[in-house]
Structures are given as C-alpha cells and as structure tokens.
Write a protein that binds this ligand. Structure first.
Ligand SMILES: [Zn+2]
Length: 106
C-alpha cells in the first residue's frame, strides 16, 4: 500500500515538500468553524477512513488469531476469513452484527 501523508487542513501553504513521504490527503480545506466539533469529527473519520479501516482490521485479526472474538449471534469463534468476508462463517451474520454492533477492538 502506498504511503499517505494526512494534512489536517489545506490552508494557504504549500505542502509539496511532503509529497516525498507519500500521497497527500487533505482532511479538511479552508476556514473551519472550530466549535463545530461534530463536522470536524466527521471530516476526520471520512478523511482517514482507509487508514482507520486498516488499523481496525489488523487489530481485529490479531484478536481473532488469539481466539478472543466470538460471534455475538451464534457464539462460534470468528476467523480471519470471517473478517475478510465481513460475515460470520458459521451463522452468516454480517460482521458488525457478529461483533455485537461495534468494531472497536481496543
Ligand atoms: Zn455467527
């Protein structure tokens, strides 16, 4: 996967120098209302979705390999293949449902 450089805001500066580190992803652009924390939060979630999904998937697979994750629907242990297929291999429940409605894997 090619490296990415996340720029929190595309302001009036040049970010060209950062291109040598990877593809530049601008999370927000221009003047923002710093008190509109909901829209800022959403912008960051969307802007970093690829990275977040990768991190969450890696964390989840680590837990699955350790045998720590069971399907909330059928109580069978989930496998890495289940994570890739985004559903429980035993009962067919969608991954989010199999995880009890949350992807957090802290
Ligand atoms: Zn299941």
């Amino acid at each position: 996967m090619p490296k990415k450089v996340y720029v929190t805001n595309r302001g009036g500066h040049s970010y060209e120098a950062a291109e040598k580190f990877g593809e530049i992803i601008y999370i927000t652009e221009g003047t923002l209302n710093r008190f509109a924390t909901n829209s800022l939060y959403r912008a960051f979630i969307d802007g970093m979705k690829d990275r977040m999904t990768k991190l969450i998937t890696e964390n989840l697979k680590k837990k699955v390999r350790a045998g720590e994750v069971k399907c909330e629907n059928c109580t069978m242990k989930l496998t890495e293949k289940d994570i890739d297929n985004e559903k429980c291999g035993s009962c067919g429940a969608p991954l989010l449902e199999a995880l009890g409605g949350h992807y957090d894997s802290a």
